[in-house]
Design a protein around this ligand. Sequence first.
Ligand code: PMP
Length: 429
Amino acid sequence: MIYKRSSALFNEAKKYIPGGVNSPVRAFNSVGGDPIFVKRAKGAYLYDEDGNRLIDYISSWGPMILGHAHQPVIEAVIEKAKDGTSFGIPTELETKIAKLAVEMVPGIDKIRFVNSGTEACMSAVRLARGYTGKDKIIKFAGCYHGHSDSFLIQAGSGAVTFGAPNSPGVTKGTAKDTLLANYNDLAQVEKIIKANQNDIACIIVEPVPGNMGCIIPNKGFLEGLRKLCDEHQILLVFDEVMTGFRLAKGGVQERLGVLADIVTFGKVVGGGLPVGAFAARKEIMSHLAPEGPVYQAGTLSGNPLAMAAGFAMLDELNKHPEIFEELEKKCAYLYKGLSEVLEKHEIPHTINRMGSMLSVHFEKEAVVDFESAAKANNETFKKYFHGMLKRGVYLPPSAFESYFLNNALSYEDIDFTVSALEDLAPELK
Ligand code: PMP
């Protein structure tokens, strides 16, 4: 494949945009080389500026669960745009999508829409602090909750890819209120709680993390967090920005049967437009302005185009829950294909998967937290990424990211992907 035009566009972009990108992981720093520039996308495929067609396994990092340029979503946005793009005044559509989300997700009565996952998580923590009157939070190493100051402490995703899990610019004062634990280590969480009695407002967790690659919660881990929170008057915040409306209609809460106190969303909920949301029971949400004193606002929050895209997306998922089963089967099929090839060629690996999230770690021991994820062989990952790209398959350009399958992906696309790996495997040894 030729990437001449993409490289030229990247060079031009670097003159005017820091690193040439508006979000760091897009720059391919972790895998090397120039990023591709995309021209358009349809269904399971990306079409780049050099005319290459690529099978897409990132689905815009999650939102495009039904495939790119999905007709009902596109039509909803076009129709809505004809009536104006922003008012800063309430619209009926905001209530319609809020009602639908509350019906789909267990344990929530009210939801507030914002413009990104970062905003959702930042606001959720403020609400937890305002509700409990406590300052500290517990987060897990390798979990990513957006780029708000409190979360850039041992953060996953792009932060670790770029070697800045603790970003300069985050004050010591802020950092001291974020307590760190290892994912899947309940005993450690308990210890931290005991050492900070009456100080912890919330535990924020990606219930199924996707930002150190995909990690699966050990049996009893999420239940254990729920119990500890109940015993110590701590709120449990599930960051379902990746998993919400993806691992099930009602996200991880529904899939694994553990309820959080506050849940955050992003990605799928906006149908590919900039949307985030956070939700909780009535008595928690009533602390939010204008009902309560915890302030949170947004000029473009509830934007009509974003709400139209989000509603079209959620409505289809709600009416066709079989989509989740189809995605599950496709992802299991991909898992089987990739595993068989890697085993046959004796390439040490661990593949974690849940629903339509999956990641390949080039590490033979179980990958259960940030430390074990960081042990994986990044040199092999780089060869894997570029080898697959050369063969027409676009994977996440970092080992600290999850695949997000979309339902436009066909079994033939997956067969093609597995054959590409078969062809590449001898180079990965
Ligand atoms: N939480 C999680 C679990 C995420 O994966 C992300 C983004 N990848 C965020 C929060 C932040 O969302 P956004 O990039 O929309 O600000």
